[in-house]
Every structure is written in C-alpha cells, then in structure tokens.
Design a protein around this ligand. Structure first.
Ligand SMILES: NC(=O)c1ccc[n+]([C@@H]2O[C@H](COP(=O)([O-])OP(=O)(O)OC[C@H]3O[C@@H](n4cnc5c(N)ncnc54)[C@H](O)[C@@H]3O)[C@@H](O)[C@H]2O)c1
Length: 286
C-alpha cells in the first residue's frame, strides 16, 4: 500500500489522536512521512503521542479540541487557516454507548462531528480527502425514516430537542446503543449526501465502519456485552480487529490509489455484517 506522499510532504489532521485508532493512524502516518496536526481533548496525552511520532522524525503540531465546543473548533480551524491548511483529515472522535448518555453520544458522534468537518472543510486543500469513522452498528440498527430525516438536519441547532419531541423514535434513542448506532448511520448518510458538494471543490469524503476493534473503547463495550462470545463468533475471520488495520484503511483512502473513492462507507469488520445478513436470509428462507 502506498501513500500519496512522494513529492511534497502532505499535511494530515487527525482528531481523536490519542484514542486507539487515532494514535494508530498518527504512528502509521508518521512512519509514512506525513506532516501531522494532532487534536484531542487532553493536551498531556497529545504530547505523549507527539513524542511517539517524533521517533519517526515528525514534529507533530498539537491542538486541544472539544468538538462540542464551537469556540474550540474555531480555534483549531483558525490555527489551520494561519498555516497552510491541510491535505487530509482523519476524524476518529467518538463516544461509545458505555461512555456516555444518549444525548452526549449524539452531540459528539453526530452534531459535533459534522460541525467539525464542515468547519475544517475550507482548510482542506483541493485534491484532499476527509475520512471519518462510523461503525458497523449502523448496518445492524433497524431502519427508522423518522430518525434519519431528523438527523439529516444535525447542524441546525436544537436537534436533541427535536428528537425528544418525537414520542416513539425519541424514546428509542434514549437507549445509548440505539443513539450510537443511529448517530453513526446519520454520519454515513452525511458522507453520501455531502460527497457532491465536496467533489465540486475537488475534495473526497469517505467513512469507515469498523467492527469489533481491540481498543480501550472496544474492550469497554465487549466487557459490557452478555453475549460477547456469540457476537465474536459472527466475525468471519474469528478474531477482533486491530486499530492498525483501521489505520491502514484510512491511509489508503487518503492516498492517490483511492482517488476515485468518495461518498461511501468502507466496512472493516472481519465479515461480521456479512454473517448477520446471511443469518437473516437463512431465517427468511426457513
Ligand atoms: N473500538 C471499536 O470497536 C469501534 C467500533 C466501531 C466504531 N468505532 C468508532 O471508531 C472511532 C475511534 O474509536 P476508538 O476505539 O479509537 O475509541 P477511543 O475512545 O480510543 O478514541 C476516541 C477519541 O475521541 C476523543 N474524544 C471523545 N470525545 C471528544 C470530544 N468531545 N472532542 C474531541 N475528542 C473527543 C477521545 O478523547 C478519544 O481519544 C470512534 O468514533 C468510535 O465510535 C470504534
């Protein structure tokens, strides 16, 4: 796999850079010679990741970022604007069902995420690509056109209030797992819906849907499942994914080798969703 990195050094912004996948992306990108801008909640943790990148000779620039604080996004985007912008973005920020209540999950995984991507978009150079991280849970959640329609309007203030006012769907979303899966489905819809506008600027927009990945977040979720072994048995490859496997996919998507890929989701789940679909077809045939 090659990165588009042979002439000038490409500048890559990674958010959630101290998390399991974000850090794996940072280390792989540093090894490939990208110039890095790292963003996450904790300045201290960012310095640790930057020190690890420095071993590859990369002096990463670090920024504290909280995607649910508008002034925090503005400050990062302002710093990019005074520099030379970026050539690529990997946005890994997210909260999983065990980490927060349903409103916070939607706030971070959907509203903050889209606000961030739209704010950063003008600083992404033409020819550039943004990759964001959805989830395989978005393929498994029962569809709800009411929720999808409401979530399509995520950047208009008041989404949480609008969702709460929808009696049936609003109640459903109070379950953090449902809120998470629907937020990630809405993120995939945003990628599909936005690709044309991004494309008219010469920019690509893609999501990755990881399956069961062995990060701190992944372990927290797996430990909370009473049916974890049954879940794991649906992974065609019979093992958890590694954050490095998400990083190689993300770096591929940023590269010239992926120049015709946009407006879609790449499922990196070891075959989990395929197994669930097969089981459903078998049940329907029975
Ligand atoms: N690990 C899995 O099994 C799995 C599966 C499917 C999808 N995902 C998704 O992949 C992405 C990365 O997951 P991970 O396993 O690396 O998780 P992680 O918890 O290790 O990393 C997430 C990062 O997001 C940051 N973050 C959280 N809230 C933030 C905010 N308000 N502003 C800025 N940063 C914030 C955290 O500080 C953390 O560094 C997430 O979007 C997650 O939903 C993970």
């Amino acid at each position: 796999m090659t990165s588009q990195n042979n002439q000038t050094t490409r500048r890559l912004l990674i958010t959630g850079a101290t998390g399991g996948m974000g850090r794996a992306c940072a280390l792989l990108a540093a090894a490939e010679g990208y110039d890095l801008v790292l963003a996450d909640l904790s300045a201290e943790k960012l310095e640790t990741v930057a020190a690890q990148c420095a071993r590859h000779g990369v002096a990463a620039e670090c920024h504290v970022l909280d995607v649910v604080q508008a002034d925090s996004i503005t400050s990062l985007v302002g710093a990019l604007a005074t520099g030379r912008g970026v050539d690529a973005i990997i946005h890994t920020v997210g909260l999983s069902p065990q980490m927060a209540g349903w409103e916070k999950i939607i706030d971070v995984d959907l509203i903050g995420t889209i606000n961030f991507l739209e704010a950063a978009r003008p600083q992404l150079a033409a020819g550039g690509c943004a990759v964001c991280i959805a989830s395989m849970s978005s393929y498994l959640v029962p569809p709800s056109s009411d929720i999808e329609q409401a979530m399509a309007d995520a950047t208009t203030p008041g989404l949480l209030e609008r969702l709460k006012a929808m009696p049936g769907p609003g109640k459903l979303l109070e379950h953090p797992g449902m809120a998470y899966a629907h937020a990630k489905k809405a993120l995939r819809n945003y990628v599909e819906d936005g690709a044309q506008a991004w494309g008219s600027e010469g920019k690509r927009l893609v999501s990755i849907s990881p399956g069961l990945i062995d990060t701190e977040m992944g372990r927290l979720e797996n430990d909370a499942m009473d049916n974890f072994e049954a879940m794991k048995s649906r992974v065609a490859l019979g093992r958890l994914g590694r954050p490095e496997e998400i990083a190689t996919t993300a770096l591929f998507l940023l590269s010239a080798d992926a120049a015709y890929i946009t407006g879609c989701d790449i499922l990196v789940d070891g075959g989990f969703v395929g197994t669930v679909n097969r089981e459903q077809r078998q049940r329907a045939d029975a």
